[in-house]
Write a protein that binds this ligand. Structure first.
Ligand SMILES: [Zn+2]
Length: 122
């Protein structure tokens, strides 16, 4: 028997973070939004407890971005630095990676207001 699909819609916190990442205009931004609006997501397979999600999109639109990570966010919780990376692979939104730069994984979503967004795509 096959395991039931773990794919689901974005939750509110994920939606807020993505909206913040896509707030500024950059090449590929609109295609990314189109894909995400037609996506389901699943928790990453890693066991660390992070909030990383994989996308599965039904959209046939391709992202024109030339950067693997066209946009990213950086934040602190206390003195611990964290990063959120939106990965584009072969023209498709692939995953939203939550990275810890300390020995402590962030088990909660950051406040959107704490995010320092950097656009890497022109
Ligand atoms: Zn993880």
């Amino acid at each position: 028997m096959r395991a039931p699909s773990a794919f689901r819609k974005l939750n509110t916190k994920e939606r807020e973070i993505i909206d913040a990442l896509l707030a500024k205009t950059f090449r590929g931004r609109d295609e990314i939004r189109e894909q995400i609006n037609n996506s389901l997501v699943e928790r990453a397979k890693c066991e660390c407890g992070c909030k990383t999600i994989n996308f599965s999109t039904k959209s046939i639109v391709r992202v024109r971005s030339k950067k693997r990570i066209p946009v990213e966010a950086f934040y602190f919780k206390g003195d611990r630095p964290y990063q959120i990376l939106l990965h584009i692979v072969d023209g498709k939104v692939s995953y939203l990676e939550f990275v810890s730069y300390s020995d402590q994984v962030d088990l909660e979503y950051p406040k959107v207001g704490a995010l320092k967004i950097t656009v890497n795509e022109k």
